[in-house]
Design a binder for this molecule. Structure first.
Ligand SMILES: *Cc1c(COP(=O)(O)O)cnc(C)c1O
Length: 375
């Protein structure tokens, strides 16, 4: 294996999550956003597993992510969510990627390119801002932009969508307001008679707001097995499929009163055994876990002592017989013990999203049975 530390993905559980969500949705289509290296799980392996599990659509944030999926021979529809730039326009068509249009200005940029070529149409989704204030045309101008797109002739309008800002809390009032805005907009006869995919829900919408489902949902965090609050009865089989593991790389006995790691922020209270784990903030294992986080070795939980370095950190294992090469679990289960992603996120004062995305390319993604995956 290329690195003693690795991300282990349980693809059986991941596919179970997709199956569970599909069953819960019944007639509604499922789009899986796989942006940011599929939330750190590995873009291409997750994209392929998602296709095998019957996902209808994939979504990414940027053109380059869509191109990687196409180069890996993934053929289902892919929507690029983020705003695009002029120099990317031709690649959307070349790689058969759908993209978002949220202003007349951008629509005109595309149309200007079309003027020269006039072959295949650009497949787009009209993005409406119902209250996120990020990207998207306002509901009041959505109909006129839509008419403009039709008049330009170069677009095949595949969908219309918006994004929820606060749906991670069940019964959130603002989420209900956004759903209502979107529903009301779609009642406009100009949209009502159009055959296109209407989509709004992220994970929170999918789990807590059935009225946000429309034709298709876009839950990522949920598909990876996480949800901040209690999940509904119909989604009980959904569980995490991500573990972070390493191997003890060094062992020593340290006398009492010794400072450990940069800055000596930890001083040993008594003679103890200290082991080194070869992963650090250079891999995405956050420095804020210094003197706060813990790991599992031989089924027991031990504290991180001293600062987390770029490539390694130290663990105080007390009197425990630990050997070089022993498995270290940083996120996930070992024996009867478990370290949850949420625990790491709480210690770092952030969300599970940010922790997951932080695990970078230096960490190989490995299948449950320890087979290394091609990135
Ligand atoms: C990231 C993203 C999602 C998925 O969000 P989750 O909270 O992980 O479900 C859905 N839609 C858009 C537009 C996004 O940017």
């Amino acid at each position: 294996m290329s690195h003693p530390s690795y991300v282990e993905i349980d693809f059986i559980q991941f596919k179970k999550n997709i199956t569970n969500i599909k069953k819960y949705l019944q007639e509604v289509s499922l789009c899986l956003p796989v942006k940011a290296n599929a939330y750190g799980h590995g873009l291409v392996p997750i994209g392929k597993a998602a296709v095998e599990a019957g996902v209808d659509y994939l979504a990414v944030a940027h053109l380059q992510e869509g191109v990687l999926l196409r180069k890996a021979k993934i053929e289902i529809p892919i929507l690029v969510l983020g705003a695009f730039h002029e120099d990317q326009i031709e690649d959307f068509r070349k790689f058969n990627l759908e993209f978002s249009i949220s202003s007349e200005f951008k629509a005109n940029l595309v149309a200007a390119k079309w003027g020269k070529r006039r072959n295949k149409k650009y497949r787009v989704h009209l993005e409406v801002d119902t209250g996120m204030q990020r990207t998207g045309v306002r509901p009041s101008t959505a109909a006129s932009l839509f008419t403009h797109l039709k008049n330009l002739q170069c677009f095949e309008i595949c969908g219309i969508y918006s994004h929820l800002a606060t749906a991670d809390s069940p019964l959130d009032g603002f989420a209900i307001y956004q759903i209502e805005q979107f529903r009301h907009l779609l009642e406009d006869p100009i949209f009502a008679k159009e055959r296109m995919i209407r989509h709004l829900a992220n994970s929170g919408g999918t789990a807590y707001f059935p009225s946000s489902h429309f034709d298709m949902v876009r839950p990522s965090l949920l598909a990876f097995g996480y949800l901040s609050k209690d999940r509904p009865e119909g989604l009980k089989e959904v569980a995490p499929c991500f573990s972070l593991k390493s191997k003890v790389s060094y062992f020593k006995v340290v006398e009492a009163g010794q400072g450990i790691s940069y800055g000596h922020t930890y001083i040993t209270k008594k003679r103890t055994r200290v082991v080194t784990v070869p992963i650090g903030y250079g891999d995405g294992y956050r420095r804020c876990l210094s003197n706060r986080g813990s790991v599992l070795i031989r089924g027991h939980r031990f504290p991180i002592v001293g600062m987390v370095c770029m490539d390694q950190f130290m663990v105080d294992v007390g009197d425990m017989e630990v050997r070089v090469g022993d498995e270290v679990v940083l996120i996930g289960r070992q024996g009867g013990n478990e370290i949850l992603l949420q625990e790491i996120a709480d210690l770092c004062d952030t969300t599970p999203y940010e922790i997951l995305c932080g695990f970078n390319e230096r960490l190989p993604r490995v299948e449950g049975k320890k087979k290394e995956l091609t990135p």
